[in-house]
Unconditional design. Structure first.
Length: 246
C-alpha cells in the first residue's frame, strides 16, 4: 500500500468535489476527505447513494457536505456551465477535484464492441471528465493550492486484450492529466496527477472478476493514503505523475 499518514487536519477549510461519491472508491474518498476537515461536494448519478454518504458524514460530525445529483452520461454542455456557476456562487473556489466516476463497459474483443457501448464508455469516462475539468478550472484557479486527481487503471498504462473501451478511456484519462499538468505548471497553483487504485473490493471489480473472492482484495478505505497525499498540501509541487494506490 502507498506509504503515507495524513495529519488529522490535512484538508481543513478545503472544498473538494468527488465524482461517483455515492459508492465504492469515491464514497471512501469522500468520507476520508471529510474526516480530514474538507467540505466535500458529493457528485453522482444515484441520489439515494449520495444521500447515504451525506448522512454518514453528517453523523460523524465532519463538515457539512453537499449533494449534487448529476448524470455524467446525459448532461448537456449548459448543465456543466450551470454547475460551475452554482458552485462559484456558493463556494467561490474549488481546492480539489477527484475524477473517480467511471463505468466498466463491455469486457470483450474489440470487434464485438458495439459503437453504442464504446461511445457510452467514452461519454462517462472521458467526455464528462473533460467537461467538468474545463468548466471548473476557473474555480480551481481561485484556490491557492488546488489538486486535480484523475482515476486510471493498470489497463490505462498498458493495453490489455478484452478490456476494450475501458482501457482506451483510461489511456485518455492519463492523456488529459498530463496535458492539464503541463498546461498549468508555470501559470497557476494547480497540480494534476493520476491514481491507479489497483484491485479493490467494489461493484466494478465484482463485475470484472465475477469468480473472485471479494475478501481477497482490499476495501476502498484501505487504499486512501495516496488519495489523501495527493489532495493535501504535502503533495504541493507534485504534478504530472502517475501513482499507484497499492
Ligand atoms: N475497483 C477496482 O478494482 C478498480 C481498479 C482500477 C481502477 N478503478 C477505477 O476506480 C474508480 C472507482 O471505481 P469503483 O470500483 O469504485 O466503481 P463502482 O463501485 O462501480 O462505482 C462507480 C461510481 O461511478 C458513478 N457513476 C457511474 N456512472 C455514472 C454517471 N453516468 N453519472 C454519474 N456518476 C456515475 C457511480 O454512481 P452511482 O452510484 O450513481 O451508480 C459510482 O459512484 C473508477 O474510475 C474505476 O475505473 C477501480
Amino acid at each position: 500500500m502507498f506509504d503515507y499518514t495524513a495529519p488529522p487536519n490535512l484538508l481543513q477549510n478545503r472544498i473538494i468535489l468527488v465524482t461517483g461519491a455515492g459508492r465504492g472508491i469515491g464514497a471512501a474518498a469522500a468520507k476520508a476527505y471529510a474526516a480530514h476537515g474538507a467540505t466535500v461536494l458529493l457528485l453522482g448519478k444515484t441520489e439515494e447513494n449520495l444521500n447515504r454518504i451525506y448522512d454518514q458524514i453528517e453523523a460523524a460530525g465532519y463538515p457539512q457536505p453537499a449533494v449534487i445529483p448529476f448524470d455524467l452520461e446525459t448532461a448537456r454542455p449548459e448543465q456543466y456551465i450551470e454547475l460551475a456557476d452554482t458552485l462559484g456562487k456558493n463556494f467561490g473556489r474549488l481546492d480539489g477535484l477527484l475524477h473517480n466516476a467511471s463505468i466498466l463497459g463491455p469486457r470483450t474483443a474489440l470487434e464485438q464492441v458495439s459503437g453504442e457501448s464504446f461511445m457510452q464508455v467514452m461519454q462517462i469516462n472521458v467526455n464528462a471528465m473533460f467537461m467538468l475539468t474545463s468548466n471548473l478550472l476557473p474555480l480551481l484557479k481561485q484556490s491557492t493550492d488546488a489538486s486535480v486527481i484523475f482515476t486510471s487503471s493498470s489497463v490505462g498504462r498498458k493495453g490489455r486484450a478484452y478490456w476494450g473501451p475501458y482501457a482506451v478511456s483510461k489511456f485518455a484519462t492519463e492523456g488529459l492529466m498530463q496535458t492539464l499538468a503541463d498546461e498549468v505548471e508555470n501559470v497557476s497553483s494547480i497540480r494534476a496527477n493520476s491514481i491507479n487504485p489497483g484491485a479493490t473490493r467494489t461493484q466494478m471489480r465484482a463485475q470484472a472478476y465475477p469468480g473472485e473472492d471479494p475478501d481477497s482484495k482490499p476495501c476502498p478505505a484501505d487504499i486512501m493514503p495516496v488519495y489523501l497525499y495527493l489532495m493535501g498540501s504535502d503533495s504541493t509541487g507534485v504534478t504530472g505523475q502517475a501513482l499507484n494506490a497499492q
